[in-house]
Write a protein that binds this ligand. Structure first.
Ligand SMILES: C[S@@+](CC[C@H](N)C(=O)[O-])C[C@H]1O[C@@H](n2cnc3c(N)ncnc32)[C@H](O)[C@@H]1O
Length: 264
């Protein structure tokens, strides 16, 4: 259920925490704010999985390349069709790794023992993200692949055709959970008509969220256009998203509402 501005219905955030702007419907909630602040205010043990696609702070080999806007780094759309830029993507690698470890530590406390963690990342930040995950106390268990099928050919080089899905758990991950065998490669092209600069394909997310035990509660602290939240609800989970960029908070809420209405 969506969060309400009264302590009785708000079962996931500490009662003394002033709720940020939020919206929701049956099985989903979007919170508008900074994940770093909100993550410190969850009640312990209320999530069964953290599944997210954080800002990669990537997109270049030099500081000046990395400090370009998210559109310049991640989108080839014409300027007049460009989507809004998003926050949090301009840190250097050390700061980003420290920042990642900080929120991963906080969200771990909000998770039940055995909860899953799933993080999307590109090749450049792959070594740093696995450090951050383990510094925060999660057990790193593997790397799955999102094969984007198409990508720019590079003469004399391999195509950068994949992003990576780092996964692990909060302590032991019992094999007798009621979760079946899951794939290690997820194939889909970038979404057409996307509403976020780095939106993930909905079908990929519908397949990825299945690492969470049936009926569990999923957190996406960097929800963007709400793809994980939507995928989670469509697969029968409860899902909570956090998004700091105003435009993307609004877009995610409108999108989830629209898609859920179409299901009815
Ligand atoms: C890579 S995008 C996520 C895209 C998403 N998976 C989708 O399919 O639309 C990361 C998002 O995290 C948001 N973000 C960055 N820093 C944040 C923070 N401190 N708290 C909450 N959201 C944040 C950005 O605004 C951006 O929309």
């Amino acid at each position: 259920m969506p969060l309400e501005k009264n302590a009785e219905n708000n079962t996931i955030l500490k009662s003394e925490f002033v709720l940020p702007e939020h919206a929701g419907g049956e099985g989903w909630t979007m919170l508008h704010g900074d994940a770093i602040q909100i993550a410190q205010n969850f009640v312990p043990g209320v999530f069964d999985a953290v599944i997210t696609d954080p800002p990669y702070a990537s997109g270049g080999a030099t500081p000046s390349e990395k400090n370009r806007t998210t559109n310049q780094k991640y989108s080839s759309m014409d300027k007049d069709k460009a989507l809004p830029d998003f926050a949090g993507d301009q840190k250097d690698q050390r700061s980003w790794t420290r920042w990642m470890a900080g929120w991963l530590w906080d969200v771990k406390k909000a998770c039940r023992p055995g909860a899953s963690v799933v993080l999307f990342i590109d090749w450049r930040q792959l070594p740093s993200i696995t450090d951050a995950l383990q510094w925060a106390g999660w057990i790193w268990r593997g790397v799955a692949v999102w094969d984007k099928i198409t990508s720019r050919p590079q003469k004399g080089r391999y195509r950068q055709q994949a992003e990576f899905i780092i996964w692990g758990s909060n302590g032991p991950m019992p094999a007798d959970r009621s979760v079946g065998c899951l794939p290690g490669v997820f194939r889909a092209t970038n979404p057409v008509n996307r509403i976020h600069v780095t939106e993930k394909p909905l079908q990929v997310m519908r397949d990825v969220v299945k690492i969470c035990a049936p009926g569990g509660r999923i957190l996406d602290p960097f929800a963007g256009a709400g793809t994980t939240v939507l995928a989670g609800v469509l697969e029968g989970y409860e899902a909570v998203g956090i998004e700091v960029t105003d435009d993307y908070y609004q877009r995610s809420v409108e999108r989830i509402r629209r898609e859920m209405a179409e299901q009815e």
